[in-house]
Each structure stands twice: as C-alpha cells, then as structure tokens.
Design a protein around this ligand. Structure first.
Ligand code: SF4
Length: 165
C-alpha cells in the first residue's frame, strides 16, 4: 500500500481491457478507449496514470480490470518466494517514490500526467538562466536513469517507459 507504480504511468502507459469488461468498468467510472485502427489493433485500453488512483491506492479495487487483478510485479513475486525480504521490497519502493518525486518536481509534472510525456518534451537548458536550469536538468536526468535501472532490476525487467500491462 505504498507503491502505485504500476498504476501511475511509471511502468505502463495503458492497461489492456477485455471486450466483455468495457460496460462493467464504465459503470465504476473507468474510461475505456478503443485504440485507433491506424495506430494499433483496435483493442480496448485504459490510459495510465489511472483515473481511479488516489495517492497510491486504487479506489475501484474490487471492480478493477482483470489485467490489474492478474498482474504481479517481480518485486512482489520475489518477496512471496522468499528470494528477497519485505524490508528490501519496501526500501526499493521508497527509493522509486523518492526518484519519482524528484522527476515530477523537476518537470513540474502533476500526478495526473505521465512522467514519460514530460520527459519527451524535455530540452537541454540554454540562455541566461542556463547554469541553474542545468543543475535541475542534470538532477532529473540522473533520477530518470536510476528509476529505469532500479525499475528493471527489481520491479519489471521489460520496463522501458510506457507499454501496455
Ligand atoms: S483500476 Fe486500480 S489497479 Fe487498475 S490501474 Fe487503475 S488504480 Fe491501478
């Protein structure tokens, strides 16, 4: 109950939704979209950050999509299998959340926006305030690098920013 990284757009850009789930999810307020045929296969998806996420908690947990219910990250699997401890897991979650705070703060990125959208718009600072801006830029770049490294090593080996869960 301290993570939320698989719902807030950090690990995934969207969640795959089954054709038979759309109506049920609409009733609990989730917005299900059909990917345009020209940009995908026309499958149903739900964009991340998820509109049902409050802080790090799912507000529709009992009614969440089946892809959410089935999903289990590598960190959780390893803790359940006794390959790492709960304390190690909690520490890794805390590190990731601290990195996210640095990235969101540095990019002025609200919780409702994916960090990857903002990162794609990032430009190397230039001009009169370049020195101070360069320090912020470097801090964000370093945090993104560590986020990717820890994310892949501990949470999701395929983690590349975006993608569908
Ligand atoms: S429905 Fe719940 S579990 Fe699924 S992405 Fe949204 S907040 Fe996460």
């Amino acid at each position: 109950m301290q993570c939320g990284l698989c719902c807030d757009g950090t690990f995934y850009g969207s969640v795959a939704i089954g054709d038979d789930e759309s109506e049920r999810l609409g009733r609990v307020g989730l917005r299900v979209l059909r990917a345009p045929e020209d940009r995908g296969d026309g499958a149903l998806t739900m964009a991340q950050p998820c509109s049902a996420l409050r802080g790090v908690l799912c507000t529709v947990y009992a009614d969440r999509p089946s892809a959410c219910a089935r999903f289990e990250c590598t960190l959780r699997k390893n803790v359940r299998a006794g390959e790492s401890t709960l304390d190690e897991g909690v520490a890794n979650v805390a590190r990731m959340r601290a990195l996210l705070a640095t990235i969101r703060g540095g990019l002025d990125c609200p919780d409702t926006t994916s960090i990857w959208e903002k990162i794609l718009e990032l430009e190397e600072p230039a001009g009169a305030d370049a020195a101070a801006a360069a320090r912020d830029y470097a801090a964000v770049i370093a945090a993104v690098g560590e986020l990717l490294n820890v994310g892949r090593a501990v949470f999701e080996p395929r983690f590349a920013g975006g993608g569908t869960r």
